[in-house]
Design a protein around this ligand. Sequence first.
Ligand SMILES: Cc1cc2nc3c(=O)[nH]c(=O)nc-3n(C[C@H](O)[C@H](O)[C@H](O)COP(=O)(O)OP(=O)(O)OC[C@H]3O[C@@H](n4cnc5c(N)ncnc54)[C@H](O)[C@@H]3O)c2cc1C
Length: 477
Amino acid sequence: MDNILNIVWFRQDLRIEDNPALFKAAENAIILPIYILDDENANDWCMGEASRWWLQKSLQSLNKSLNGNLHLFNGKADEIIPDLIEKTDATGIYWNRCYEPWRISRDKKIKAELLTNNIKVRSFNGSLLFEPPNIKKADDTPYKVFTPFYKKGCVENGPPPRELVTNLPKLIFKKNISSKNLSDLSLLSDIPWYRHMEEIWSPGEKGANERLNQFLEHGIQNYKIGRNRPDKEFVSRLGAHFHFGELSPHQAWFRVKNLTQSSDTKDSIEHFLSELGWREFSNNLLYYWQELPENNLQKKFDRFPWINDSTNLKKWQHGLTGYPIVDAGMRQLWKTGYMHNRVRMVTGSFLVKNLMLDWRHGERWFWDTLLDADLANNSASWQWIAGCGADAAPFFRIFNPIVQGEKFDPNGDYVREYIPELSQIPTKFIHKPWEAPEDILLKAGIILDKDYPLPIVDLKLSRERALSAFKSLSENN
Ligand SMILES: Cc1cc2nc3c(=O)[nH]c(=O)nc-3n(C[C@H](O)[C@H](O)[C@H](O)COP(=O)(O)OP(=O)(O)OC[C@H]3O[C@@H](n4cnc5c(N)ncnc54)[C@H](O)[C@@H]3O)c2cc1C
């Protein structure tokens, strides 16, 4: 054992439990756990501000679980790793696979170089239930449509999700290797915008498990219907925990599958599992269509006449569009680093269809502000909303923010929480304050266009404009 030193390279698997790379590396060997902040290779897709706050906390938590033995580095992994191996005489390196295009090409390069130097390189499946190379159609091409992908490709015919890895060997650590301090990674900006986040989120493996437990106790029973209600607490809010790998989808999958199913909960359980399936589907799309974050999958959208309007973009970003459900969502995102899925769809549709701003503006803003910002889920979801993706919502499906608000936030509680200036408006007008009579607005203490904006676009006209722009794509075909 004395002679064998394995490096464990943590990436999007910041956990101890169910971590195949860690388990295998620690069998009969000393380990050196490392994390590298590799902004250079990530380039355009290096982590946004919100993710960096989460990462800082998550690394602290992981370091604690490793008794202070996590070694941190900052720079190009393809330079740091060979150098570290030479300095430490490590004989092997172990990691769990990641699926973003830039990580795949970087990891391939590192692997090839190390193998020529007789270093053992072992990679494992840590973060997907159904890895893309294993899920193909009968004609050996990848799936483009969710339902057959999930039902036929994954659940019926795919290799089943791997078993959980249990009984972690005793960890013996290599000591005294020079590395960076957490503060050297400069993950936090000088402006402490994240104070509020600290009150509501608990990054790290412990926080992830607590959140899962809470969801299984209080949310899952009503998930199927309740998941559409931003004013209620029926969703898991596990997105960032999954993204950083503080909880594997396998841990969630088996916990949920093993719940006692009654006729009341069966549909909710199935539905939650299928949402994990959407995460798999996004990763599958990104794996096979590496341009997903940048380019329209449907090429005809390259001709779409997007409107370049930075004023409207700013109003959308800051929750000042005059449509309460849209503004509440954008302010929830800014304040908490999270936005409910239903509202992500409404705000996304509003940006792309009513304002006719390019979906990539929305994708970028979410990338910077979401705590669960995830290259696969974010880009696949934006292409879905814009109608230009593989299995996208048809372009003509334009969410009406008033109808969506009245249906999914019927009492206006969600809007009132994030737009306090509207808090005294009666429910009848909460999703369309401009229709409220003067005396009601006066009583509610609000002057429209001063305390809260009037709508920045007309819904009917902007809808017609979007539909005719879309129609022009087909005519030009
Ligand atoms: C425009 C837009 C952008 C999005 N950007 C992201 C993103 O950057 N990162 C991200 O994780 N999700 C993204 N989503 C998908 C979805 O909104 C979030 O996964 C979900 O809201 C996270 O909250 P939750 O954990 O409470 O979800 P739950 O409903 O509790 O779902 C549990 C888990 O299933 C997965 N999941 C659920 N819905 C989806 C979905 N539609 N697509 C893929 N995976 C899903 C997530 O991992 C989620 O944590 C986006 C959706 C839209 C419409």
